[in-house]
Design a protein around this ligand. Structure first.
Ligand code: ARG
Length: 456
């Protein structure tokens, strides 16, 4: 097929070059946005008297027909027409004749591709904000159910202090809250109109960019035409937010893997969401969680890839930038799949309360409670820490837990310790008393749940 730029060229484009430079094999999925953008552009051209109302009508009807054809799978995307923009424009000209050739007035593929990607990302990001909310609700329901379930809290993966499972789960809700906020904030910049920048310098024709922005619901208009066609910050922001989101999900996934081991036995993953081994009959593997963890790598790869592509590109548009789409599409698909499967699996995970509770009690996890008891009795915290440390060492040597020591043994370390200490040395008391704002007590956890519910 004849290229729109054929006038300048004596030779035909080499087939190998067409195959090398094409983007239609992946940017075809921008078609709804390309058509939406073109319809708005045509309306503006007519309103400004740059093309006739009659031409605009033909263009719009033609584009709508093309949309239906693509939707019905009846449209043939051609590699020799390079990308989605030229495929649609060529089909339009074929369909409606010379009026179709007027659509590309006061427009370049450079502002068109930026427009399409922004419209696409805007829709996807709005979708992600909703899917993350859904996942948060799943976590909140679990947290509500387990507001009193006691488990060991870890630092350095060593038992540290007892916490409630609800509290642990809410930590993830907070992470997702920030992810949502970041997406919301990125939307401001995604939601900026590049169209009207043309190739790079603006146009001599009397366009009305504000009108196009209104038609396409853009809150801002890119104010510098060179920046408008060169800017891919919005895609990089999306990829970095996606990377942080995947980081959060990979931490969750890692805990699911760990907790489902025989050694931890904190949870049982649903059969339908695990896989077996081809050789070891007893195995039940946490593949979903592992793949969530694993897919984090490819999302980071997408971010690093696009950062590297954009690095040191001279202004304005360069063909390098065509490489922006694959990492963005792949990240959108990965995030969608990961969020969906996790939202499906999580409510079916069985928590082994008894096992969690038993594990929380061991390992001198109440030592901090003893130290804080001494603080309340007037000892400076550093001294209380020292005394408690000695008591723990003594208990380890005697092979007993703190609550198994006698009052006399306690008093041998500090006369401040009274019989009331025994009431405090239970994990139930330990979590209940951690009522400070953001703490692990069931009451505080319920307060956190209420607050998060409201923000959803
Ligand atoms: N397919 C191109 C891309 O994805 C569209 C813009 C091409 N512009 C150009 N002057 N070659 O970036």
């Amino acid at each position: 097929m004849k290229k729109p730029w054929a006038g300048r060229f004596k030779e035909k484009t080499a087939g190998s070059v067409e195959a090398f430079t094409e983007s239609i094999s992946f940017d075809w999925r921008l078609w709804p946005y390309d058509i939406q953008g073109s319809i708005a552009h045509a309306r503006m051209l007519a309103r400004q008297g740059i093309i006739s109302g009659d031409d605009a009508d033909k263009i719009i009807t033609g584009l709508q027909e093309i949309a239906s054809e693509i939707e019905a799978g009846k449209f043939r995307f051609r590699q020799d027409l390079e990308d989605i923009h030229m495929n649609i424009e060529a089909a339009l000209i074929k369909k409606i004749g010379p009026s179709g050739g007027k659509l590309h007035t006061a427009r370049s593929r450079n502002d068109q591709v930026a427009l399409d990607l922004r419209l696409y990302l805007r829709a996807e990001v709005e979708g992600f904000i909703k899917t993350i909310k859904k996942l948060q609700r799943v976590f909140l329901r679990l947290a509500q159910r387990h507001a009193d379930t006691i488990m060991p809290g870890y630092t350095h993966l060593q038992r540290a202090q007892p916490v409630t499972l609800g509290h642990h789960l809410l930590a993830y809700v907070e992470m997702f809250q920030r992810d949502r906020e970041r997406l919301q904030d990125a939307l401001k910049r995604i939601n900026t109109l590049p169209l009207g920048a043309c190739a790079l310098a603006g146009t001599t024709l009397p366009v009305d960019r504000a009108y196009v922005a209104r038609l396409l619901r853009f809150k801002r208009i890119a104010d510098n035409s060179m920046d408008a066609v060169s800017d891919r910050d919005f895609a990089l922001e999306f990829l970095s937010i996606g990377s942080i989101l995947m980081l959060h999900l990979s931490r969750m996934a890692e805990e699911l893997v760990l907790w489902s081991t025989e050694e931890f036995s904190f949870i049982e993953l649903p059969d339908a969401f695990t896989t077996g081994s081809s050789i070891m009959p007893q195995k039940k593997n946490p593949d979903v969680a592992e793949l969530i963890r694993g897919k984090t790598g490819r999302v980071y790869g997408a971010l690093l890839g696009l950062l590297t592509t954009m690095k040191a590109l001279p202004l304005a548009y360069n063909r390098d930038m065509q490489e922006d789409k694959l990492p963005v599409f792949d990240t959108v698909d990965t995030l969608n799949r990961v969020l969906t499967i996790l939202t499906e699996m999580l409510p079916k995970v069985k928590f082994n309360k008894k096992r969690m509770q038993e594990t929380a009690a061991g390992g001198y996890s109440l030592a901090t409670d003893l130290a804080e008891y001494l603080v309340e009795k007037g000892l400076p915290f550093r001294d209380a820490h020292e005394v408690t440390g000695r008591i723990v060492r003594h208990a380890i040597e005697r092979d007993s837990e703190l609550h198994e020591l006698t009052l006399d043994e306690f008093k041998g370390f500090s006369p401040l310790i009274g019989a009331d200490i025994f009431k405090l040395l239970t994990i139930e008391k330990a979590v209940k008393r951690r009522k400070s704002r953001g703490g692990t007590s069931p009451d505080e956890v319920r307060r956190q749940i209420d607050r998060l519910r409201k923000s959803l």
